[in-house]
Design a protein around this ligand. Structure first.
Ligand SMILES: O=P(O)(O)O[C@H]1O[C@H](CO)[C@@H](O)[C@H]1O
Ligand SMILES: [Mn+2]
Ligand SMILES: [Mn+2]
Length: 396
């Protein structure tokens, strides 16, 4: 294979994992519930690839002869956050969950933050990022104190009005927080700039920036780069891997921009991987519990698929998946512990094969490792053999 495009549709879960109840997510089903909430949704290209075949709830009619090979993957790591999900896709399984702080950060962390930034934070609670602006945004405007909050994920989020703490200064504060939080293994520090005059019109801007814990061991991406291949990260990938294992990182403004950047990166690459994250599904619709917005974003992605397929040759491969669920009909505003979809298409490979229920997202890393002839981190089981024309295929 020459080129692989791997796209994470952020938050597009396809049904609760067997252990979802331990995460408070029994019955979650991002795709199923957004299809029910939005029956007029049309996803002809995803459906032709086999999205209806891999989703057991039967809400999207299965295609008799899907163009892609299809399956679902379970998350083996303990967690349901973006970092954990992407690291597992890249072959890193974490048995020990990244720490969460449902009751706020302990005094020693807040004391270090005060000491090293000279700022006394507001908040220090678990909250929805939009609700906390309604609650504390005006006090922040009056006092200049940044708002620190978290969620069920391992995140230290810092919200600040762009006129009170300009984004560049906010990023600097986040870097300080990142250094403080590395020894605690906190997954991400996230800058959350916002604008507006009062509680009824505060809104967050696209200058959000994530500062991730570096991967705790080499990932498949590091191995590919060591082998001299191009590895281009699009969207949040650069943040999620802390820049590791990437030859180029292209930030994106939104899904639409991300899809254009995938096409650009793909057409200027000779051999390697384009790894893209499309975050709008999760950030704008999943967390905000907006199934209609989620469905429209999926329709837009569906409409883009023929463009990427049209430029892919015999020796190229497209893989679609997700990093966790974010059911827009679930209570609260957090991620949901779900299976993720797996759709794999290449002009020169088998179509319509059922790749079954995979035990780990790391099967993606194992397969990519085999495709590019490198060992990788060793986790996961490759499904490359099942994609080969002439082989028996079948489910695992
Ligand atoms: O409510 P907001 O601020 O969007 O936070 C969400 O965004 C964080 C990072 O994706 C998640 O942990 C989730 O809680
Ligand atoms: Mn995510
Ligand atoms: Mn999220």
């Amino acid at each position: 294979m020459n080129r692989v495009v791997l796209v994470t549709l952020d938050g597009l879960g396809v049904g609760a994992l067997p252990d979802a109840d331990r995460y408070g997510d029994a019955g979650a089903d991002t795709l199923g519930h957004l299809l029910s909430a939005c029956p007029q949704i049309r996803l002809p290209n995803l459906q032709r690839m086999g999205l209806g075949n891999l989703h057991p709830a039967g809400k999207l009619a299965p295609c008799p002869q899907p163009q892609a090979c299809f399956g679902r993957m379970a998350e083996r790591s303990a967690g349901k956050d973006t970092t954990t999900g992407h690291w597992e896709l890249a072959g890193l399984i974490q048995n020990r969950p990244l720490p969460t702080f449902p009751h706020g950060f302990p005094p020693e962390i807040i004391a270090a933050f005060r000491r090293e930034t000279g700022l006394v934070p507001l908040g220090n609670v678990a909250a929805s990022g939009t609700e906390i602006l309604v609650r504390l945004g005006e006090e922040h405007l009056r006092s200049g104190r940044p708002i620190v909050y978290t969620s069920v994920d391992s995140v230290f989020q810092i919200a600040a009005h762009e006129d009170v703490i300009p984004p560049e200064r906010l990023y600097e504060i986040c870097r300080i927080a990142r250094r403080i939080l590395d020894p605690y293994r906190v997954g991400r520090v996230i800058a959350r700039p916002f604008v507006g005059e009062s509680a009824d019109n505060f809104r967050r801007t696209s200058r959000r920036h994530d500062f991730s814990l570096p991967p705790l061991a080499p990932t498949l991406l590091d191995h590919l780069v060591d082998q001299g291949l191009d590895v281009v990260g699009v969207g949040k990938i650069g943040d999620i891997f802390s820049g590791r294992g990437l030859t180029i990182s292209l930030a994106s403004r939104d899904n639409r921009d991300g899809m254009e950047k995938i096409l650009d990166a793909f057409s200027s690459m000779r051999q390697g991987l384009v790894f893209a994250n499309l975050v709008d599904f999760d950030m704008l619709y999943g967390h905000r519990r907006d199934p209609v917005g989620f469905a429209r974003a999926l329709e837009e992605f569906d409409g883009w698929l023929p463009r990427i397929k049209a430029v892919m040759g015999e020796r190229d491969l497209l893989m679609l998946t997700a990093d966790h669920g974010c059911d827009p009909t679930a209570p609260g505003s957090d991620h949901t512990r779900e299976y993720v979809p797996l759709l794999v298409w290449s002009p020169s490979m088998a179509s319509g094969r059922d790749l079954g229920e995979r035990a780990s997202f790391a099967d993606v890393a194992a397969t990519l490792g085999e495709i590019f002839g490198c060992q990788g981190p060793g986790a996961g089981a490759s499904f490359l053999r099942q994609l080969a024309l002439g082989s028996q295929g079948g489910s695992n």
